[in-house]
Design a protein around this ligand. Structure first.
Ligand code: HEM
Length: 342
């Protein structure tokens, strides 16, 4: 790799504060990607690569080795979409991170200079026809991994999880036609694949108004955009894979007597999500990039502690139950308020 070019893996991860208005809200909250500033900065990236690249890709490799069929699923994925979205992804990756990726569109070869592999893809069959490996700084991460197809190969190059949303043009019914999710937060991708927006979101507390506008949201996702949105909540650790049956026993245990020392081990988990529509294909490409911010780090930003406390106080009992915070919310707010004086 050219050592003169700064690598994105030397870049600190972005910091987002989606609770800054002091409210916990269950709403679409779509903003135009590339037009709307986030904390004063206009972002247009679909994919983000930063200091945690190795960690996220190591998690994806672990999922791949152990239970890929629980994380990568398809349902009535049309062959055209299977060809078009991967081509879009590869082009975007190379356009956004030319230091990391080269994309030979004619020959359909994507090379990753960090992970040290190249995949030649055939989008008609959806396969990786040739996979070759080269020396590279992170070559060990995927050394034993053979992608099962082109979508899987692309997933194994980015930090984002993603899903494809499909819409039937005759009935306007929508469904999830593909998911490649390695960092689900207390949900199982197998419960979501093939389902439409409302059932996918049924477990979410206070989501009745959101589900009532599902067709409007799907129309916007497919026909407008691209969009960005954020979701957030607390996390007891920064373990990446929280599929319900994965190993994270007891991390939502609530005593209600948690101490400052305990809270300092906790994280705010933020998801940066993007939506890119393909109106002529009745489909949208949805990305999810999770971030974990430790409360210890947040202590250097007292105003953010105050905003977080205010937002926590607006959670309904149903929202607290859904987020596993019924007994802990007040102790957390007290902690945040104690530390929100500059
Ligand atoms: C199209 C735009 C979308 C909007 C506006 C939206 C909105 C939301 C909101 C407001 C929540 C609650 C967040 C919270 O926990 O505070 C949520 C949760 C969730 N969303 Fe979405 N979402 C969208 C697309 C998707 C897609 C494409 C998927 C497919 C993977 C998805 C999967 C989920 C899941 C799994 C949850 C958590 C549900 C659970 O606990 O089982 N969402 N979404």
């Amino acid at each position: 790799m050219d050592t003169a070019v700064a690598s994105p893996v030397d870049t600190a991860q972005s910091r987002y504060y989606p609770y800054e208005n002091g409210k916990y809200e269950v709403k679409a909250g779509l903003t135009k990607l590339g037009a709307h500033p986030v904390h004063g900065v206009v972002e247009s990236h679909v994919f983000m690569i930063d200091e945690h690249y190795r960690r996220y890709l190591t998690n994806k490799a672990k999922v791949h080795r152990t239970i890929l069929h629980g994380h990568y699923l398809q349902a009535a994925l049309s062959p055209v979409v299977r060809a078009v979205i991967p081509a879009f992804m590869a082009g975007k990756m190379a356009a956004e991170y030319p230091e990391v990726f080269t994309w030979e569109a004619e020959r359909r070869i994507l090379t990753n200079k960090l992970l040290g592999w190249s995949g030649q893809m055939d989008f008609e069959s959806g396969t990786v026809t040739i996979l070759s490996r080269q020396a590279a700084p992170l070559v060990d991460v995927m050394a034993d991994i053979d992608p099962v197809d082109a979508i899987d190969f692309l997933a194994l190059n980015v930090m984002e999880d993603f899903a494809f949303l499909a819409r039937n043009p005759l009935t306007e019914d929508d469904w999830l036609s593909a998911v490649h999710i390695s960092s689900p937060h207390y949900w199982d991708p197998r419960d979501k694949i093939g389902h439409s927006f409302a059932p996918v979101h049924r477990p979410v507390a206070d989501a009745v108004p959101l589900m009532a506008t599902a067709s409007k949201i799907i129309r916007a996702a497919v026909e407008q955009g691209p969009f960005m949105r954020f979701a957030w909540g607390m996390a007891a650790n920064d373990l990446m894979n929280h599929r319900p049956d994965a190993e994270h026993e007891g991390d939502r245990t609530q005593l209600g007597t948690e101490t400052d020392a305990y809270w300092m081990t906790q994280f705010i988990r933020v998801e940066r999500q993007t939506l890119t529509g393909f109106a002529d294909l009745n489909t949208a490409f949805f990305t999810i990039r999770p971030y974990w911010y430790s409360l210890t780090d947040l202590m250097s930003e007292p105003e953010r502690m105050r905003q977080l406390a205010a937002a926590m106080l607006t959670m309904s009992p149903a929202a607290m139950a859904y987020k596993g915070m019924t007994r802990t919310r007040d102790a957390l707010v007290a902690f945040l308020e104690r530390h929100s004086q500059p």
